[in-house]
Design a binder for this molecule. Sequence first.
Ligand code: SF4
Ligand code: MSK
Length: 666
Amino acid sequence: MDKTIKSASTSAEEIIEWGKQHDIETCFDRALKMKPCPIGESGACCKVCHMGPCRFTGKNAEEEARGVCGATLGTVAARNMVRMIAAGTAAHSDHARDMALTLLAVANGEAKDFKITDVKKLYRVAGILGIEFEGRPVNDVARDVATTFVEDFGRQKGEINYTKRAPQKTQERWRKWNIVPRGIDREVVEAMHRTNIGVDHEPDHLLTHGLRVALADGWGGCMISTDISDILFGTPSPIKAEASFGIFKEDEVNLIVHGHEPTLAEVIVDTVNEPEMIEYAKSKGAKGINLGGMCCTANEILMRHGIPTAGGFTNQELGIMTGLIDAMTVDVQCIMPAIGELSKKFHTKVITTSEKAKMQGAVHIEYDEHRAKEVAREIIKTACDNFPNRKAEGSHITLKSTLIGGFSEEYIAYMQGGKWRASFRPLNDAIMAGRIRGVVGLAGCDNPRVASTGIHKYLATELIKNDVLIVSTGCGSAACATAGYMTPEMALENAGPGLREVCEAIGIPPILHLGACVDNSRILTIATAMAAEGGLSDEIAGMPAVGIAPEWMSEKAIAIGCYFAASGVPVIFGGESPVGASKEVTKIMTEVWFERFMGALHFEPDPEKMLQMCLDYIDKARENLKLRKYEPGKFGAERVLMDMAARREIKNTAHAGVGGINESQG
Ligand code: SF4
Ligand code: MSK
């Protein structure tokens, strides 16, 4: 991996170079200037009370050093880890709470600009929650679903609802180790309590609660958020879109939505093509309005409408530096405060929209679900008003790639058998026969501390070459999409022979775009469906599956990694371990968690070692399941996969939004 470059994307490098010539600093420059503190970096610093901060340094810190209160390095590192999990869980889950409250408002007729788009998904969710739906008005069912989800946040005792979606054996492991979350908020609050000075000091005990918090994230906040987004805006099915900086248009108003919550972005999608808005843009000298996305908001509207994405986390400053963005809305999470200041050097208006988040250098137009279209129109007009202020300067880039996104659990089941025979049988069979060696969730952020997006690309190419099917979310998806890796052609050119055959038969890319960070929950339900299908493991643990977040930076990624580990998936993160100073904590997260849950959380900075570790886990799982030994190009017998034409022949496949690849509307 070339460490001399700042980004593995040539377009990004071009903009960074342009910035250097114009004396404009970005996260890539700041990452070089701001060296990580070596003590904090490895989890060896405690600042939970004002007798400290206590720093655990030196060769024998693990055995000998004590904080002023007497805390050991193990206690401190475990506390640091648990606080990261709690923060990540809080972020996803607060997003989910807003989604639940929006669903409730829609059901009560208080949010007129939204509707229940996917009634079938609403009924599916109601069925899982044990809510009667047949013969009842849709809004009544939606109200009960929303209320049940809201209760999951404040529940004090018992279990959150969605843990019962997991395979029985997975649930049994959780109950045995007492990590089933009671209420989402309760687990986060308890984590903050336990990690306060003078409470929980035993590293294993602390980290066990960390897993309970993480499960509240994966099987709580994330899953609730995914399902409500599907109910309100539609369950994704494959759709064509475009990615990278070339999506900006020279002659149109460029409005970019950045952040995480899909609600306002969806209303902007609905509103942006209203004749009144187009006329308004034209009155300002533009030919039209070009809507694009960034980070996870981009993933949300790309999957459902084919709206193009400008890329992931490290592209946000670079996007502004093209000089082509007239307005960028930002809500919550992964928004660099640097863009407020940076936008002043260009004409771009950064618009904060969440009541929770403001930023210097931005204007604030607050989103309110009760008057969503009104807010959306104000934002669109603000972007149009700014179009005449566009200056010639900026690093204009024309390069863009095509991608296919929008693979939900529901669509993946459908694509393997049509509406009436939807199943995971062909995928399980392909894994059993060795055609597909295993499945990897390639997710998480892109990071300016490495050649940004480069480790994603390296692992994506190597894994598919090794017949590993990739499911991807968040900025991992953006990294692969902007590189042009998310097309069926990628399989023809780069996949191993077995994976290539499967992709050709079904007509899918070897990297399936599953959505935003919260949509990692789709990987949990896919793994659950694979366990239920039979022939592999009868629980999530033991599957030939691994999670990788090679360039992670956010606490949300840590929460995600831990909920996969607790669910039985070995997880490999890139970079140095944030708790690497403590051998005790490292051992718990790898060996002890593996013994209990068959999941683990590793940190490995070397991409080649990450790849090897991943393939070893997959091969070991195959061996334990007594599956055919993986050999490239040699497969066992399996059922014939249905191709697209065969599926179309099945009667009644005119399933709303699920019938093949849709053309982009973006
Ligand atoms: Fe130091 Fe203990 Fe206070 Fe942490 S809690 S800062 S280890 S005295
Ligand atoms: S946006 S958490 S940088 S994936 Fe969901 Fe991307 Fe990581 Fe944020």
